[in-house]
Design a protein. Sequence first.
Length: 53
Amino acid sequence: MNRSYVLVLLSVFALFFLQLYAGDAPYTLPLSIVLVVLILGATLFQIRRKPNR
């Protein structure tokens, strides 16, 4: 597994547990946005790096 996949996997788990346990904490929305951008960015980077042949 390369680092991009590990980063996406950890970000998805972090987002899941943040939504599950954080409730109405003030940092929930900004942190969720950062995690979603991180997931999308790492996924697009991986797709751009290895195009289908």
